[in-house]
Design a binder for this molecule. Sequence first.
Ligand code: OOG
Ligand code: NI
Length: 455
Amino acid sequence: MVHTAYVSADNIRTLFSDAMSRMYQQEVPQYGTLVRLVADINEQVLASEPALHEQLQQQGELERLSLERHGAIRVGTADELHMLRRIFAIMGMQPVSYYDLSEAGVPVHSTAFRPVDPASLQRNPFRIFTSLLRLELIEDDALRQQAEAILARRDIFTPKARALVDVAEAQGGLTDAQAQEFVAEVLETFRWHRHATVDHASYQALQDSHRLIADVVCFHGPHINHLTPRTLDIDAVQQHMPAAGISPKAVIEGPPRRRCPILLRQTSFTALEEPVLFAGEQAGTHTARFGEIEQRGMALTPKGRALYDELLARSRQAPAQPDNDGHQRQLVDIFADFPDDEASLRQQRLGYFRYELTDAGRQPAARGDDVSDMETLIEAGLVQASPITYEDFLPVSAAGIFQSNLGSASHQAYRQNASKAAFERALGCPVIDEFGLYADMQDASIQRVRQVLSA
Ligand code: OOG
Ligand code: NI
């Protein structure tokens, strides 16, 4: 009997993230410049911090250090989101968390499609932050109906991509040739289209309602709007962007620089004004695409996250600072109330940790110890703990990234609140709770330790 081997979802995701990276660097040369700047600075950091270099080498992180960690797209209809869920599932990416951006004056709600199990995250953590336009937030009835009608006319997926999704679901996987074709077809959905689907007047009306609405509604597909490599020193990249001819957003989003990094720090270059052609070959411009970088720290428990949110809110009430340096200094002051050593973060249950046996803990002599308390075992030198990396996104930071790419026009919060249920109906399944994923990883590591020690 002939067995057909299917390509693993992890490998399909890697084919996809590589293809996206090549396409986007070609489409947006400035993004290529950012990738090279990030690689240079990562190299400098590694040269000056041998301990970090060794740690990353041991973790097998060096080869893929400057590779993309996430990208983002925005879609217009429930059907588009639903189809994306099926496509990303084939790449091992599940919808995690619900983000309501309407509070920040951005008429979308979002999730992040990402791998969830530790081995897949280790192979390739690539995620797509995916936003669904909330047309119900357009107050003008005629404009809303016009937007709906425009969206109803487009299919953002190629017929072959649709067919291959059916094949993958029916067979339970894709052969090598099918996987290559699938990635090439799916890539078409995220390609930039110079031709808008509407005339300039329609574009302008939607643009006046909200720039994001024009971006989602007026084109053939949800062009990838940024990709995001990982940096080892986000402060240095922010500082060096102007000299590389890149214009950074005003401030780095997220927590300040710390000894024990938490959550996620992000910055981007502001979106480029690019030539487009409206119906009737009328020339114009559209501003949507940019490049971003990220630096990740430890995942926080709900208690740690509540403290983060509280301190972030405090910083937002503090006097506005003239520049990123001032903003960062202010954040450092305010975040002095957030413990910054691993023992406190563990003991106060602020962060999630992965526990494992030390060499001493693996000796037969270690068996029979009381395994109820990890801290006692750490003190006894039998167990060590390392922080679990945060894999998700921060709504306030995401809003900051959106805003910095929507020009100067600021928008008030929309009055209608979050609509997680409607989002999940569109998606066709519930989003996964991020805290549950981290708690499971931590618990599983504790169980493994206990099993060996009490054997
Ligand atoms: C998404 C912005 C959010 C992030 O990294 O927080 C985001 C968008 O502009 O579509 O990507
Ligand atoms: Ni992003």
